[in-house]
Design a binder for this molecule. Sequence first.
Ligand code: MN3
Length: 236
Amino acid sequence: MNLLNRREMLRTVGAGAAMLTLPNLTLAQDKKGAFELPKLPYGFDALEPHIDARTMEIHHDKHHAAYVTNLNAAIAGSGLEGKSIEEVLANISKAPMDKQAALRNNGGGHYNHSLFWQMMSPKGGKPSDKLSAAIKEAFGDQDKMLAALKDAGVKRFGSGWAWVVVGKDGKLAINSTPNQDNALMDASGSPILGVDVWEHAYYLKYQNLRPAYIDAFFKVINWEFVNSLFDKAKKG
Ligand code: MN3
């Protein structure tokens, strides 16, 4: 990383903290600022039998890769070259009109999937004491929170995501977004857990059974990562 990029990153991290909302993922960018497809933190088959290897391979190597390629193409000539993903998503409205849909769909797609791979793990784990207390306050218990997340995912019409977020009041809440939208775009809260309910995330193994896929996703939640996002969101 050269000095200019390091300065840019430090400035971006500072700006992100002041805005209070989103976990800064510092997504990898090359020297020119182009985004790069992150490696999966585990093998394609690591989440079997809950999430199948073929789905993981296509989802990461084809779908996520396409978001990255199309995002870089949309950024060229948009005035947002070299910006972090957080800055890109927060400033879509400043880009030329004919770039905005591509920036929103592909920038959101890159951010959401970068988060999603890390939200899953074969290791399991459990919510921290602090997160458990917040879950109890907002939902009663963990099962009720997951039931509410599942309900939001099942009811999302068409393609999108269901999320557990830390809202502006500091409390946990469920939200759901269409397409590749997320809370970065309207600063409505900080996501700590999210499930991709696009058909490409489950159709090979679960066909039309989205509720069964969401139950399977619950078996591979990376609670250690969720705990870390919760801690960052609470610090603001
Ligand atoms: Mn997807």
